[in-house]
Every structure is written in C-alpha cells, then in structure tokens.
Design a protein around this ligand. Structure first.
Ligand SMILES: [Zn+2]
Length: 409
C-alpha cells in the first residue's frame, strides 16, 4: 500500500494552499483527468442502469434541513448557517433533501417507479482542522450519489442491483472491499426514533446481503440517522478502514417530505428512498486508488495512457503524428522526445504510463510501433494502426490487463 498524500504531491495530482484553507484540496491537471474519467465512468454505468441525472445547488435554506431531520440529528457535522437578508442558508451536508424536493416537484404514478435519480454533486462537512489531510478528510466533498424512489416491494431488488453496480465498479477499478458491514443504529439521540421503521429496513438489507453471498458483519452505531445501511469498507496501508460505497434504506425522509405516488388502485402511497453510492466520494475513491495502485492506475484511468518515445530527433515528426492519431481516437497520449534525456531515462520517467511506444528509424519508416507495457513486457513491432485499435479497445472496456494474452503479440 502507498501513501496517497505523498503520491498526490509527487505525481502532481492535487494540492492545498493555506490561503484556500485546510481540507479544501484543489485538483491539478493530471488529477483532474483522473477525476473526470471516474465521473464519466460512473455516469455511464448509471445511465445504462436506468438512472437519470440531475443537478441541484450546494446550498439550501435552514428549514430544508429541519424538515429532513439533518438539523436535529446531524448539525454538529454541518457548517454554520449564513445569514442572507433575514434568511439562513446552509452548505448542504447531503444531497437527499434536494432530490426529495425534485421528486416532489410533480406527481408520480406507480408506473414510473423505481425512479432512479443520480447526481455527482458537492456536499460539505465541518471537519475539525486537526483531522484534515490529503483527500480522505476534507470539508468539501464531491459525492457520487443517487436516490431510488420505489415501492416497498421493490426495495430488495433495487438494493441488490446497487450492490451489483458496486461490485462491477470495483472490478474495473482493481480494488477490493475489506468487508461488507450492515450498519445499524446504536443507543442515543443521534437516530430517528421509530423502532418499527428500523426493523423493517434492516430486515430488507439483511436479506439482500444473505442472498448476495458476501460475508458481512453487523455493527451497531454506524447507521445513518434516518436508516440502516450496507457499507462497503476499504482499508488503507495502515489497515484503517473507511466506507467507500453504501446502500441505505430510508423510510424516514419520504415521510418528512410527504412524498407520494399514485398506486394501481388510484390511492396515494408513500415511496421508499434508497440512498446509494457506487464509488463514494471522488476524493476518497482517488485516495484509495492511489493507495492500492501507487501511481500505476488502470490504463483507462491513467492521466497519460500512451507515451511516444522517438529514439532520435529524426523520428520526431512520426512520433507527433502517432500522438495525434492516438488523441483523435480518444486516448491520452504525449511525446517524450530526446530533449528529455536518453531513451533509457525517458523509459524510466514514463514507468507509470501503461503503454510506451518506441519509434526507431525502422518503425518510423514502415508505420510500426515497438510497444513496451508498464509491467515490463516488450512486444514485437506491430502496425501502429493495430496498436492504437487494440489499446483503444482495452481502455474502452475498462480492462485491468494491459494486453490480450490470448492474441498474438
Ligand atoms: Zn442521500
């Protein structure tokens, strides 16, 4: 395992400035690429799974959080309200209240359910400055969030489908859960008081976990204030666990916001809200990817996917043409020319880049590429067109392996 703080600096992915403030990292160009790619991946996976994306503001009136219950159950984690012309507005501590209001903005029939609403949006947490650092303890969070509004009998299937999305994303990201946790309420006033609601919600999640066949442990005192959840835990190098992904069942906020749908019999009914996150916050996801892979991101995430290495000045024009073809095909490529040092030095400097295309006079003359893979494999020279096509296909498929072993090459 690697230290994501150190790597973030070395690889120039993100940084902080005391004048911006603790826990408020900024993203440098290569870090922004990683983040953008993750966001695009998640949006695409969600779109295919029937989610619709929305945008909502990062602020809301204090009354919004009084209705949702955040004000009375979660206020110590919230930023203090700002006075604005006699009103108080708050940086939001979660996206759910906005999504509940978007759902409520028009009438719904049972035929529209499950209605899956997703947003990759900002939320804020008033972490104390003493615990802030890197990307794991931040005050501004970009959350991959979604809320599924569904009928009570659809909860199990939707929760199962959300776990499936998480499993698929982890495979593509090359990360592994440390464990699954069924997070239940503990003693104290942190939790909404409604024993029957907690029992019903926990029973559904238990069943989903049992059916899925994964090992899990129940933990008291880890639930959200409004309902129990499945937490997918990951561990850092020191064995410290953190929650990356969650699936939560919520009977509370639909009640508080008086959400309705019209049932088949014409009667007005109450939907259930499932809160789910596939990769958690972008900050924590990138921190964990760094800790697991060092800087050697899966090829589809790597800031630079292909580095073109002309052996000498003479191959520079062909190198630049190859870079341009790669970029035109959607790959992130750059040229590292002789001005950056000897070929050996350039290969070492590009050791985290998954594909290194060496162009000597022979390759340049007949439009071929001698490809080196990040894992040390060297392939025989192949037509440049074939190399670009095969690399492009692996990247688009979010594959972890750098080359198809079963094909020639
Ligand atoms: Zn939520």
């Amino acid at each position: 395992m690697y230290d994501h703080h150190r790597l973030g600096r070395e690889l120039e992915l993100f940084g902080t400035d005391p004048l911006i403030g603790a826990g408020l990292p900024y993203w440098l160009p290569d870090g922004a690429v990683v983040r953008h790619v993750l966001e695009e991946y998640v949006r695409d996976v969600e779109r295919r799974a029937g989610y619709q994306h929305v945008y909502s503001p990062v602020l809301g009136k204090r009354e919004l959080y009084e209705v949702s219950g955040h004000w009375s159950h979660y206020s110590e984690d919230m930023f203090p309200p700002m006075d604005l012309g006699g009103e108080q507005v708050v940086l939001r501590p979660s996206l759910c209240p906005h999504h509940a209001l978007i759902y409520r903005s028009r009438a719904h029939s049972y035929r529209e359910l499950p209605l899956r609403m997703a947003e990759l949006g900002g939320m804020y947490r008033s972490e104390l400055s003493g615990v802030l650092g890197g990307l794991t303890r931040v005050r501004a969070i970009q959350l991959n969030d979604a809320h599924v509004f569904c009928a009570p009998e659809q909860v199990g299937e939707e929760a199962r489908a959300a776990l499936g999305l998480i499993d698929r994303a982890y495979r593509a990201l090359g990360i592994r859960p440390a464990r699954y946790r069924l997070s239940l309420p503990g003693p104290g006033g942190k939790y909404v008081a409604d024993p029957d609601m907690w029992r019903r919600a926990a029973a559904v999640l238990r069943e989903v976990l049992d059916d899925s066949g994964v090992d899990y442990e129940a933990a008291e005192g880890e639930a959200a204030f409004y309902g129990p959840k499945i937490d997918v835990q990951v561990a850092d190098g020191a064995g410290r666990e953190a929650t990356l992904s969650t699936v939560q069942v919520d009977f509370h906020q639909p009640e508080r916001f008086d959400l309705r749908y019209v049932g088949p019999d014409g009667a007005r009914k109450r939907p259930v809200m499932i809160h789910r996150s596939v990769i958690g916050s972008v900050e924590r996801a990138v921190a964990h990817l760094l800790e697991v892979h060092g800087g050697a991101f899966p090829a589809w995430i790597a800031p630079t996917q292909l580095v073109v290495l002309p052996v000498s000045e003479a191959e520079l024009p062909q190198a630049d043409a190859l870079r341009r073809r790669a970029v035109d095909q959607g790959l992130r490529a750059r040229v590292a020319g002789p001005e950056e040092g000897t070929l050996g030095a350039r290969v070492r400097a590009a050791r985290l880049v998954p594909y290194q295309a060496v162009l000597g006079p022979k390759e340049a003359a007949d439009d071929r590429v001698a490809l080196r893979l990040r894992d040390g494999r060297r392939l025989d020279a192949l037509p440049a067109t074939e190399v670009l096509a095969r690399v492009g296909a692996l990247v688009r498929a979010h594959r972890l392996d750098l080359w198809d072993a079963d094909e020639r090459g």
